[in-house]
Design a protein around this ligand. Structure first.
Ligand code: AMP
Ligand code: ZN
Length: 484
């Protein structure tokens, strides 16, 4: 598989460090509010990547942190504490809102068919890890204490900028204008590893450390959690593009200084979902959530399809009109699958299936080209293969795409059958026979003709069916038929 690596700025053939196991780390949500659908775009695309690696035969161990401490509103270690801000807003404790929004996040993931990572670790659960790393960074001269806090000293690095070659403005830098600078820093890129002096006197979560009671900075959590569960090397680290700088840049700085060697091979960044008004934000008032989509009558999987229709390395524009188009495509796709015969007794055509599978993997092997992978679904439907082969291929591909196609098609079949039955009963006429829709229809037409006193037509249909060896018997409220 060719997978784009932000650290080398190229697509590279993906090869994990260990032949069968892919170690994958994903920056998790900051749980001070609901995830917006922009956040969820990142998680959907990362989910497709994980599922495709598994589909390709790898075992994957995936780890995700939950940021429940240390993330300030400015990524430059200033501004307000996000968790505290959420707690104040809702008159709850930090831990209460962390629990509430963690659960809400995984509810959203479930609705979007996003698999839960193998390990989910709240940042507050690994304090000893961070202390161990920071202690070594201080011992080896990569960190310093100033004004009560511990900072990473970026001047000690040969290369600090990994992703953007000093062009911070190219990235969605979280540093807000107008926020006061931290004068304890020796240089502007230095970042906090451990806070003790802070203006958050009511910060509820504090831990003892060799540098005083305090709490960890935001970046150290991902290095600590990753190393705890995945060891000293990592195959893939993912996140949204805004995480590239400073968060991932700082993760690399501290991890590699701590380890004394290269740490992570692939950096995969998902570009943002924007609205016509610009960047989406959790911090500012109303924002788009999965619940809002549901409230407006959208199946959450329509949003998943919308995301898959474009490449993860392109900015995606959200409008309701664009979502409506995705809904129309989704419904059409489901209807076409529902029209296939799930009881098709013919055997799966293995050669046809393999050819379709090759098309599908060729698309995803090209840096996860999900839009092209979706067109393969239509190729399946158009192909000359039998229904059993088509259904096999669609179900197989959907283990990666996660669009719930089989489930929704089955539901549509059931709903259509129920609607048909209701329509028949509503007409005051039920047909019972051996389950042949074509015959049912003829029997119904005969009944209608009789009702309209068109006896010639009614007799004609009866005669026609008789010629096919079908006998109709009228019963109260309907008719039954059988082959004789
Ligand atoms: P947060 O909860 O703010 O820590 O962000 C969770 C994840 O969502 C991170 O990987 C972010 O990079 C990503 N993210 C934030 N905003 C967007 C957006 N508008 N589109 C796509 N991903 C985003
Ligand atoms: Zn992270």
């Amino acid at each position: 598989m060719q997978l784009y690596n932000s650290a080398t700025h190229t697509k590279q053939e993906f090869v994990p460090n260990h032949p069968d196991l892919v170690k994958m780390y994903t920056c998790g949500p900051t749980v001070y509010h609901f995830a917006h659908i922009g956040n969820l775009r990142s998680y959907i695309m990362e989910d497709v990547l994980e599922k495709y690696l598994r589909y390709s035969g790898y075992q994957v161990k995936r780890v995700m942190n939950i940021t429940d401490v240390g993330h300030l509103t400015s990524d430059a270690d200033t501004g307000e504490d996000k968790m505290l801000k959420g707690a104040h807003r809702e008159h709850k404790t930090v831990m209460q809102i962390a629990q509430y929004y963690t659960d809400a996040f995984f509810d959203d993931c479930k609705k979007l068919n996003i698999k839960r990572p193998d390990v989910v670790q709240p940042a507050t659960g690994c304090i000893a890890e961070y202390i161990r790393i920071i202690t070594k960074l201080l011992d080896t001269g990569y960190a310093y204490q100033a004004g009560g806090n511990v900072y990473f000293d970026t001047s000690k690095l040969k290369k600090y900028y990994i992703f953007n070659e000093h062009k911070e403005e190219d990235l969605a830098v979280g540093v807000r204008e107008g926020v006061e600078e931290d004068t304890n820093k020796r240089s502007k890129n230095d970042f906090v590893l451990w806070f003790t002096k802070s203006k958050f006197e009511d910060q509820a979560l504090k831990w003892d450390s060799p540098w005083g009671t305090g709490y960890p900075g935001w970046h150290i959590e991902c290095s600590g959690i990753s190393m705890k569960y995945l060891g000293e090397d990592l195959d893939i680290h993912c996140g949204g593009i805004d995480n590239a700088f400073p968060h991932h840049t700082n993760e690399i700085a501290q991890s590699e200084s701590y380890l004394g060697h290269h740490w992570c091979n692939w950096w995969v960044h998902v570009m943002h979902l924007n609205t016509p008004e610009g960047k989406m934000s959790k911090s500012s008032g109303e924002f788009l959530t999965v619940s809002l989509l549901e409230k407006k009558g959208y199946d959450p999987l329509v949003y998943r399809l919308f995301c898959l229709q474009s490449h993860y390395r392109r900015t995606l524009l959200f409008t309701w009109e664009n979502l409506d188009n995705a809904r129309a495509s989704y419904e059409k796709l489901v209807a076409r699958i529902a029209a296939l015969n799930p009881d098709d007794p013919s055997p799966v055509d293995e050669a046809a299936f393999t050819a379709l599978r090759e098309e599908f993997t060729a698309a995803l092997d090209n840096d996860l080209a999900t839009a092209q992978a979706l067109t393969v679904l239509y190729d399946v439907l158009k192909s000359g293969a039998g229904d059993s082969t088509k259904l096999r291929a669609l179900a197989d591909f959907d283990t990666v795409l996660g669009l719930g196609l089989m489930d929704r098609a089955e539901k549509k079949r059931a709903a259509d059958a129920a609607a048909k039955k209701n329509a028949t009963t509503a007409g005051g006429f039920t047909v019972e026979g051996e389950g042949d829709p074509a015959v049912d229809e003829q029997v119904r037409l005969r009944a209608e003709a009789k009702k309209a006193k068109n006896f010639a037509e009614a007799d004609r249909i009866r005669g026609e069916l008789k010629a096919q060896g079908i006998e109709i018997t009228d019963v109260p409220g309907g008719a039954v038929w059988k082959r004789v």
